[in-house]
Design a protein around this ligand. Structure first.
Ligand code: ZN
Length: 232
């Protein structure tokens, strides 16, 4: 009897709130999936994790000595990538982060470029944003990666101290300085790790990731970088 009621409730819930693919909106997908098989196979993957001097590395290498870097997907407006990241950041769809993290973990694991990493460190978000969203999207992605690499995810080494109101009207130098003032290492930071993998959702100017990478490089720690997407 209880099972019958449960089934009816499930059917009703599926009718009222159909679970659909974030790409093509078909409802022919498993409840645990965020994309259908067809949309998953058509994701605009970069292949960067396996490629030396890729576009992600070229953002950082002229300015900071990173070990390796890569982004999983190209980000275009009105693309499936945009839809995925929009749902992760603004629609409380946390599973998208695990999905992207798992794909990144697989690619990093298959590549022989990300070697001897000790810990995965997501870029923090401001506590106010964390309160509103309920989770740090970079942290969810990092945990998805960690499962594949069998490494610890460390979330309390960096703190973000001030929210940046709007960066759109600032020039690159102004933006750099304002980012620089908002990240610092926490007192919980321990220097017994030699190589960390920094994680963020999207790579745009690279200012935030560079600022955070510098905090570790100045302490003699090697840094690699991975993002779910890169804007082009
Ligand atoms: Zn689809």
């Amino acid at each position: 009897m209880l099972a019958a009621i449960q089934n009816t409730l499930n059917d009703l819930s599926h009718f009222l709130f159909p679970h659909t693919c974030l790409g093509c909106k078909t409802d022919q997908i498993a409840h645990s999936d965020v994309l259908c098989i067809s949309c998953s196979s058509q994701l605009p993957t970069t292949g960067f994790m396996r490629i030396q001097h890729n576009a992600t590395e070229q953002v950082f290498l002229p300015r900071i000595p990173i070990e390796a870097a890569g982004s999983l997907l190209y980000f275009n407006t009105k693309s499936t990538t945009q839809e995925l990241l929009h749902h992760l950041k603004y629609k409380q769809y946390k599973e998208v982060g695990s999905y992207l993290g798992n794909l990144m973990g697989m690619e990093i694991n298959d590549s022989n470029r990300f070697k001897n990493i000790d810990a995965i460190v997501p870029i923090p978000i401001h506590p106010k944003k964390l309160y509103i969203r309920g989770y740090n999207q970079a942290e969810v992605i990092a945990e998805g990666i960690a499962k594949f690499l069998h490494l610890p995810t460390i979330n309390n080494w960096m703190i973000k101290t001030a929210a940046i109101a709007s960066q759109t009207k600032k020039n690159r130098v102004d933006r750099w300085q304002s980012v620089d003032q908002t990240y610092s290492l926490n007192t919980s930071f321990r220097q017994n790790f030699r190589h960390i993998l920094l994680i963020d959702d999207v790579l745009t100017t690279g200012a935030t990731l560079e600022t955070c990478a510098r905090l570790f490089i100045e302490k003699g720690i090697k840094v690699s970088i991975a993002t779910a997407a890169i804007t082009i």
